[in-house]
Write a protein that binds this ligand. Structure first.
Ligand SMILES: O=C(O)C(=O)C[C@]1(C(=O)O)C=C[C@@H](O)C=C1
Length: 425
């Protein structure tokens, strides 16, 4: 953990954005940043999300120096993990006393209660990392989750996780599933790899447009570029609108729009938001091209600290577990029954490959050896960890699992459906 913190810190500092449309990138970016159209040093939009280049760079510098100064005596990330009681990956939402850890705090800059509080550091707004560039749906999700936040664009999901871990951002808002395209698997894997806590969820109606340079006609479009999820969500509309155009995956929807504008591409269109059209001076060839008018993406809000679960409003809890070997064939059934018997509804179940144990050999060898895949199961259920029924269900689940982690217990997004209009997104 300490080594990773150190190298990541360097990466962030060596790649502080220099372009007008800056964002956090890895030291060796997957793609070259492109700039275009809009020229202001900062931007804002109706839901109050704003980014200021100078604020952002100064807070990065302060945070980077803070991370660097404590690293020499044990590593900030390790200390935070220890303070949270998260050194062993077990189910533990509680805070353990600092005295009970064997971590020595740095003499120069010890952690203070302010460092551990959910309030933003070094500034008035919460800094929220998202994947994509301005105009991406993830930016809108960040604005819905944290109105008036400073939205920090990151070029990859992993970078958004690291930005929070390194105290460069206070929160990350990342997509996990879409009503048409399904799960965003990468973020499930990253939730397990990183140590952030889910502290909330937001659902954003995704209203896609087909964008091109001014004057371009739909019939002249030979290529459509966008985020793979957005291409999947508009598959049938594109079959009708641009039946002969090639479809190419891009990092995010708004980056596709930005790319067309920056490179003056007259043969290419992007699937992106109306806000992206406005930001990058593109025309809207077609509006509302998602294959289902109720197209919705669910985003998770992530923080370094868990929130204290409550019972005075609807809560959801997300867990991940691996089945214990030699517990028979019905482990999944038993786990799910632990919730059913307590009348706890499951809202989502997802399986991902178990990276440390991908295969299990089964059978006695008389017919050769079968090899079964091993999985990590992610389950969301409608209860708060403050409720005894949820605690009892998890105690029972623990009996059948070799690994169990609570990813977070957080308020459900209860925004009335009529309020989640496409205009808001
Ligand atoms: O490309 C964007 O605009 C994003 O915010 C990413 C993303 C995704 O990852 O699913 C978010 C919402 C939409 O479902 C399409 C794309």
């Amino acid at each position: 953990m300490q080594a990773a913190t150190s190298s990541c810190d360097l990466k962030f500092r060596s790649s502080l954005p220099t372009a007008k449309n800056q964002r956090f990138t890895h030291a060796v970016p997957k793609r070259v940043a492109v700039t275009c159209g809009y020229k202001s040093e900062s931007f804002s939009f109706p839901n109050g999300v704003s980014v200021s280049r100078s604020d952002w760079q100064s807070s990065c510098a302060i945070l980077s120096s803070k991370v660097a100064s404590v690293e020499s005596s044990g590593g900030l990330a390790d200390k935070i993990a220890a303070v949270n009681g998260h050194t062993n990956g077990s189910v533990n939402l509680g805070i353990v006393p600092v005295e009970s850890t064997n971590v020595k705090l740095a003499p120069v800059q010890p952690l203070t209660i302010t460092d551990l509080s959910p309030a933003p550091l070094h500034g008035s707004s919460l800094r929220v990392a998202y994947q994509g560039v301005p105009g991406a749906y993830s930016e809108a999700a960040a604005g819905k989750a944290y109105p008036n936040c400073d939205a920090i664009p990151c070029d990859q999901f992993d970078v958004a996780f690291q930005a929070v871990e390194l105290w460069i951002a206070d929160r990350a808002v990342l997509p996990v599933e879409n009503s048409l395209g399904g799960s965003i698997h990468r973020n499930y894997d990253l939730l397990l790899r990183h140590r952030l806590h889910i502290v909330g969820e937001v659902q954003i109606p995704v209203h896609h447009c087909l964008l091109a340079l001014p004057g371009v006609r739909t019939a002249c479009v030979s290529r459509v570029i966008s985020h793979p999820q957005a291409l999947a969500q508009t598959e049938h509309s594109l079959d009708v609108l641009t039946p002969h155009a090639a479809r190419e995956a891009f990092h995010d929807t708004a980056a596709a729009a930005e790319y067309i504008a920056a490179n003056n591409l007259h043969d290419t269109a992007a699937v992106a938001s109306a806000r992206a059209a406005e930001l990058y001076n593109l025309q809207i060839l077609a509006d509302g091209i998602q294959d289902d008018p109720g197209n919705v993406t669910r985003f998770l809000m992530l923080a370094r600290e868990p929130i204290i679960p409550r019972t005075d409003r609807p809560f959801k809890t997300s867990i991940v577990f691996a089945a214990q070997e030699h517990k028979g064939t019905s482990v999944l059934f038993k786990v799910l029954s632990a919730f059913a018997f307590r009348d706890i509804s499951l809202t989502k179940i997802e399986s991902r490959p178990h990276h440390n144990r991908p295969l299990r050999v089964v059978g006695d060898g008389s017919f050769g050896t079968a090899k079964n895949f091993e999985y990590m199961f992610y389950v969301d259920f409608e209860a708060s960890m403050a409720e005894p029924r949820a605690q009892n269900a998890l105690s029972e689940v623990q009996e059948y699992t070799s690994f169990l982690r609570v990813l977070g217990s957080y308020p459900m997004d209860m925004t009335p459906w009529s309020m989640t209009s496409t205009e808001e997104a």
